[in-house]
Ligand binder design. Structure first.
Ligand code: SAH
Length: 390
């Protein structure tokens, strides 16, 4: 049995750890949650402050049950819990007891959600076993394709920086449901190994012509397949909207009337430094980080970067696609005021088995990178955070 709680009053007695774990699902179900408890956890405070629940700061009184559709008991004082049960019984309201399943009249199952399907496993006293069964079902659902494709249109999915485990749960679920997958060069190959044989795979890196023509061709493929009724996953390295042309593809789809879903990804601009032990921000060291593309040099009239401003900044600079122009970029930053001894580092193929990194200074990084034979994809980090090193 499932309950439709949307807009209905649910009483939560208790404001501690158990209530904290139970309330989010009730919020997701649209319930009007009223918490009665002398104390409240910080997370529950957050829900109350945001207007997602109300709080009465005192112990339970039998009259609290009146008008509720469901009562949750999340306290560990047996006598007080019994009092709630008795009041619920009298008002004919179902009552969930976190402390005593025998005394309850309703139970919360272990749940897994998979797209539009929810699987609930109810236990008869062995909660641990129910959760294990739930996990098995969740695992099976994750690897099994959906019976009929419930998705339509195009999903722009961030694949993460390289480690196949760094795609999001949502991204992975959509990938398993795709009829067509269009992937970039930087997408982790391991993610593509699991695609069902009938999935059409388009390698965007192999599309000939110049970059502009190739992009038009990709847009055309996305729109055309989606209009055929197929579910298209456009898989991109890192995050789709960080130097990934995701915006252009979203616009092309929207103009053709194709629904677009964006699934953000773990961007290499933060992840690659992190995996080399460099936090892009650090308390007391920097209050900013700036992500810059170095694919056009600082002397090019095409550059949209304000290099003098960048040279004046004190915080972290994260440079993507910057290896080729690194000598000119480093030189320009120094000319614009950034000290040559500013710590700098480079991270090649972050998060993969081939990850390499080296540390240097702004003045020497270009020469050190050349000498070490660092190759793309690589990220350069400039700023005092490089010294924080963990
Ligand atoms: N959308 C991507 C960036 C695409 S631009 C993201 O959010 O990560 C491509 C550039 O990203 C590469 O030239 C390189 O600078 C950087 N890059 C991507 N993956 C990387 C990785 N695993 N390690 C280091 N740099 C990476």
């Amino acid at each position: 049995m499932g309950l439709k709680l949307d807009g209905r009053r649910v009483l939560m007695v208790g404001g501690g750890a158990v209530a904290t774990r139970r309330v989010p699902a009730l919020i997701a179900a649209g319930a009007r949650i009223e918490i009665v408890s002398p104390e409240l956890s910080p997370a529950l405070h957050g829900h109350v402050d945001a207007g997602r629940a109300t709080w009465t700061a005192r112990r339970f009184e039998p009259g609290d049950v009146e008008g509720a559709w469901l009562v949750h008991v999340a306290i560990d004082d047996p006598a007080a819990a019994e009092q709630v049960s008795a009041a619920a019984e009298e008002h004919r309201v179902f009552c969930v007891r976190a402390d005593d399943r025998e005394a309850a009249t309703a139970w919360t199952p272990a749940v897994t959600r998979h797209g539009q399907v929810t699987v609930a496993v109810t236990d008869a006293g062995d909660r641990r076993r129910a959760m294990a069964v739930r996990d098995l079902v969740a695992h099976a659902l994750e690897s099994a394709p959906p019976a009929a494709n419930e998705y339509k249109g195009v999903a722009l999915v961030g694949a993460g920086p390289g480690d196949p485990e760094l795609i999001t749960v949502k991204g992975r679920r959509l990938l398993a449901a795709a009829d067509v997958v269009v992937a970039d060069r930087l997408v982790p190959g391991m993610l593509l190994g699991d695609l069902r044989p009938e999935v059409e795979f388009v390698d965007a890196a192999k599309i000939p012509y110049g970059p502009q023509k190739a992009q038009e061709e990709i847009n055309r493929i996305l729109v055309e397949r989606a209009l055929e009724g197929k579910f298209v996953v456009r898989l991109k390295g890192g995050d789709p909207f960080v130097f990934g042309r995701g915006g252009e593809e979203a616009i092309a789809c929207a103009e053709a009337g194709v629904p677009v879903l964006v699934v953000p990804g773990v961007t290499s601009s933060i992840a690659a430094p992190a995996l080399a032990g460099i936090p892009v921000t650090h308390r007391g060291v920097t209050h900013e980080f700036t992500v810059v593309s170095g694919h056009v040099g600082p002397d090019s009239p095409e550059s949209l970067v304000d290099w003098p401003a960048l040279g004046r900044l004190r915080g972290t600079i994260v440079l993507l696609m910057g290896l080729k122009n690194l000598p000119k970029i480093a030189e320009r930053l120094i000319a614009e005021g950034r000290p040559a001894e500013t710590p700098a580092a480079v991270v090649q193929e972050g998060s993969t088995a081939h990850q390499r990194s080296l540390r240097s200074t702004l003045g020497s990084i270009a020469a050190d990178v050349a000498e070490a034979g660092i190759r793309p994809p690589a990220i350069v980090v400039i700023g005092d955070v490089v010294h924080v090193g963990v």
